[in-house]
Design a protein around this ligand. Structure first.
Ligand code: CA
Length: 226
């Protein structure tokens, strides 16, 4: 689904993606986007940040609430760190600053489908410090409480768990989980992990699942389930 109020861009993107064999639905405002997103199971949403009614951050939040596993790529004319962070906090998986190169857009769309954020075919459940992480179904359960994970959060957990014998740098997470081509900053990783800890850690101030390794990055905290 393409959500873009600027007609020329909306139609251009629709043509471009149709030519790349994607089935496309294009809408011009946030209200229509939320309605369509609740009605249909899209693989990916290209979401403009600046919309005439609901802004992209709010649309993202509502789409994410309805469909936790939906891949959302935010398109923004603004390049400030605050806007990017707001988008990521609202649950976007990636963002691209306008004007963007067509090849980069297509590459990011492909990458969203195949990187560490891609859901596995087999159940993928990891028990860590009393929290049951279901990475395939994007949920985390601790006792009676279940919270949803974003594909990005599941991607981080998946990569750290796979690499649990060692620490993983922020740059590596950007590459493996975000598929970053360079304009993202390592602070983005820290913010995403801070949010993730709020969801899964017993005490986010004393994390035991996603550990900070000073001078190196992050590491999986539990190894006995290997
Ligand atoms: Ca716009």
């Amino acid at each position: 689904m393409i959500v873009e109020d600027e007609q020329t861009l909306r139609e251009g993107l629709a043509d471009l993606l149709a030519a790349a064999d994607h089935h496309v639905e294009a809408v011009e405002n946030g209200t229509d986007a939320v309605a369509a997103g609740q009605r249909e199971a899209f693989d990916l949403v290209l979401l403009d940040l600046m919309l005439p009614d609901l802004d992209g951050v709010e649309v993202c939040r509502r789409l994410r609430r309805a469909r936790p596993a939906l891949a959302i790529l935010m398109l923004t004319a603004r390049g400030s760190e605050d806007d990017k962070v707001a988008g990521l906090e609202a649950g976007a998986d990636d963002y691209l600053t306008k004007p963007f190169a067509v090849r980069e857009l297509l590459a990011r769309i492909e990458a969203l489908g195949r990187r560490a954020t891609a859901a596995p075919a087999e159940p993928e459940v990891i028990e860590a410090d009393g929290c049951e992480l279901d990475l395939g179904r994007l949920s985390a359960r601790r006792g009676e409480q279940t919270v949803s994970l974003t594909p990005r959060e599941a991607g981080i957990l998946r990569w750290l768990h796979r690499q649990r014998a060692r620490a993983v740098s922020r740059g590596e997470l950007l590459e493996r989980v975000w598929g970053s081509t360079g304009d993202l900053q390592t602070r983005t990783v820290d913010m995403t992990i801070a949010n993730l800890r709020q969801k899964i850690e017993r005490d986010p101030a004393e994390p035991r699942i996603v550990l900070t390794v000073t001078g190196a990055g992050y590491a999986w905290g539990e190894t006995e389930d290997a």
